[in-house]
Design a binder for this molecule. Sequence first.
Ligand code: ZN
Ligand code: CU
Length: 502
Amino acid sequence: MKTCDLLIRNAWVIDGTGAPGRPADVAVRNARIEAVGTLPDYEGHTCIDAEGKALAPGFIDVHTHDDQVLLSNPLLPNKISQGVTTVITGNCGFSLAPVDIRATEGRAWPMSFGLLGAREGYAFPDFAGYLDALEASPSAVNAGVLVGHSALRYGAMDRLDREATADETARMCEAMEKCMEAGALGLSSGLHYPPAKASATEEVIEIARVVGRHGGIYTTHMRNEADDIDPSIEEALRIGREGDVPVQISHHKLIDARNHGRSVETLERIERAREEQTVAIDVYPYNAGSTVLDPGRCDGRYKVIVTWSTPFPEMAGRTVADIAEEWGVDGVEAGRRLLPAGAIYFMLSEDDVQRILSRPYAMIGSDGLPHDERAHPRLWGTFPRVLGHYCRDLGLFPLEEAVRRMTSLAAESFGLKDRGVIRPGAWADLTLFDPGTVIDRADYQNVDGVSDGILMVVVNGETVWQNGKPTGNRPGRVLRRQGRIGHGLHRQNRRPAGLPAR
Ligand code: ZN
Ligand code: CU
């Protein structure tokens, strides 16, 4: 008899590679998968009968704003209840580190930095110190960390409403260098947001070059996701080419009714680029977005729900239209009075969401906002919604394909070694779920409904979610960059020398 720590018998193993599911047992020892197959000669300290339910690699949420919540609420029930075992933080140009709030006394604090929680949480002037803190106080999930371009700007510039000077750009590059050495996965930008709006493309390229030299990735909340989506995609691609970095277009979407349907062209554009450079996308499975409240978006074009408001916390959960009527003002004025605040915007089309979701290079990123009073339901529902609603009920793709996008594709794209697959030697991040019943239970009224059908979740060999609640274990690790991200993808995507571009 061989002994292992955890033995899962009678599972329907969906290994994350896209291969068809098959019945197998899985043995886990020392945080890794030791064996997969029919394992009659194994016994486990803990033995689970999976009763034929699906066992997949733990899901990887490639787009999160969990930088601070990993420390302040380390059980992350909203993630593990969905089967998520790894989060990528530091997206949209915002990262908790490196930001030195002591050096910024008396300066305006950008409202969008609030996406990561209270200002007091920004306690890490040194990026390496942030990773050390995560290791000293582990959470339930693994975390790979990006560095926000806006965070770098805040550290290097006295004001953010202009382009950076050569000196300031050099300072940002220096800071980026240190972050990469400490183990950052790469750089994120949020060129749409006020702290980065005024930056020149060349400024981002300079920083991206540092990332490229270290083999990192560039993720971007693009400058514009509405009328100017085309030049915004071109800008992202150019930064990727000139910085020699893989590009991840974050939460790809088309805003405003007049742009609905244009995902046909944007996806074609991205696919043409994929023949020449490494670029992929992520998406959340909802036709409403969410971020800070922008009064300019409260003119009645679409429904807007308030998720939090500092001066009017009691308004969270209500629509701006409703509040405006009560106050006897128009929507834009109501929006202004609610600031600082956050909101959900019903500004996307379901057709675009499904078209984008269907692409084989589309990963799943929740973009959940864990500090919002009444957060967008994507915080609690994203992964079960893809599995239950889009995969099972609508049949957008087979289950193996849904799982592949949530696991091995994400792990390869972000350079997470030995994750995202079920095979001997891989880390034991596992999610046991019922493909027949899995479904999201969070919606715009019941924002923190716990999903159905996620039976057990294991991170690095330790159970973190069982019987519908967290076990209290916190086995999560910091996933520092190992080697060049996307190197294989890079070569595989490049056309052989000498062939003409199509
Ligand atoms: Zn974003
Ligand atoms: Cu985001």
